[in-house]
Design a protein around this ligand. Structure first.
Ligand SMILES: Nc1ncnc2c1ncn2[C@@H]1O[C@H](COP(=O)(O)OP(=O)(O)OP(=O)(O)O)[C@@H](O)[C@H]1O
Ligand SMILES: [Mg+2]
Length: 255
């Protein structure tokens, strides 16, 4: 479904993503992990058109999409969430999601329909478990609620590939498990392929089919969760940097 080859992003003299290649199969959940600053969000920014790659190719369903504008990429069927939610606070939850749905239309189908956008918003809100009433305000949503809103906005654009930049900061353990279960449900029930970014390994490993690990902008490991946690390069990057990751690696090694 997605074939990425030799992806590079430089900011001035600094290389944030260095020659990264990977594939994602239809229906798969690929986990993308790595320490802070390893280039995860930068990869999403290139896949979603937020900024163009410095080099490399991104083919989605057979078509080159590298460097296309964000709305064109959304219209091709790639939706994303943002690591830092920035909803329109003066709009209701429903309006935020319907607006995303409206923005996500067009392209091949052509034209924009408010009715369709609102129907997409209703489905997306039901999927993530947020209130579907038209006036519920954004204020009062906690970290977990804002993440759900991000997810609903992305779903309302009608993606076949979802880029979920969760980086589950601000969630407690129970909320993290819920977020992980929700991504699996989105894949299982809607058939949406997912790339899930997270820097905490533990929760992610439970849900993903395959994992890719970045460090300093380079891909250092890729494979099944059980393989990756035992990869000495991954252990080296994670041990001593993050208590949860250390625990996840230790637990996986015991199994
Ligand atoms: N627009 C930008 N301009 C300059 N440098 C940037 C820009 N965006 C990201 N970077 C740098 O690129 C590197 C990778 O950042 P990125 O946000 O992709 O990391 P990340 O893996 O998502 O980290 P985190 O886990 O903290 O979210 C970092 O050193 C960051 O400072
Ligand atoms: Mg990030």
């Amino acid at each position: 479904m997605l074939v990425v080859e030799g992806l590079v992003k430089r900011f001035g003299g600094f290389t944030a993503v260095s020659n990264v290649s990977f594939k994602v199969d239809q229906g798969e959940i690929l986990g993308l992990i790595g320490p802070n600053g390893s280039g995860k969000s930068t990869i999403f920014n290139m896949l979603s058109g937020t900024f163009p790659p410095s080099a490399g190719s991104i083919r989605f369903e057979g078509h080159e999409i590298a460097g296309l504008a964000p709305h064109r990429i959304i219209n091709r069927g790639i939706g994303r969430t943002f690591q830092i939610p920035r909803p329109f606070r003066r709009l209701s939850i429903f309006e935020n999601v319907a607006l995303a749905g409206y923005y996500g239309q067009g392209g091949a189908q052509g034209g924009h329909s408010r009715v369709k956008a609102e129907a997409a918003a209703e489905r997306a809100l039901a999927m993530v478990g947020l209130p579907g009433d038209r006036h519920a305000p954004v204020d009062g949503l906690g970290a977990a609620g804002l993440k759900k809103l991000e997810l609903a906005k992305a779903l309302a654009t009608g993606p076949r590939l979802l880029l979920a930049d969760e980086s589950l900061g601000g969630l407690d353990e129970h909320e993290m498990d819920q977020a992980a279960d929700m991504l699996r449900k989105i894949r299982d029930e809607l058939g949406i392929t997912i790339i899930w970014v997270e820097h905490i390994m533990g929760v992610l490993m439970r849900v993903v089919d395959r994992v890719m690990v970045l460090d300093h902008g380079e891909k250092i490991s890729e494979g099944l969760p059980a393989e990756v946690v035992n990869d000495p390069r991954v252990v080296e990057v994670y041990l001593g940097t993050d208590a949860d990751a250390t625990q996840a690696v230790a637990e996986a090694a015991r199994r």
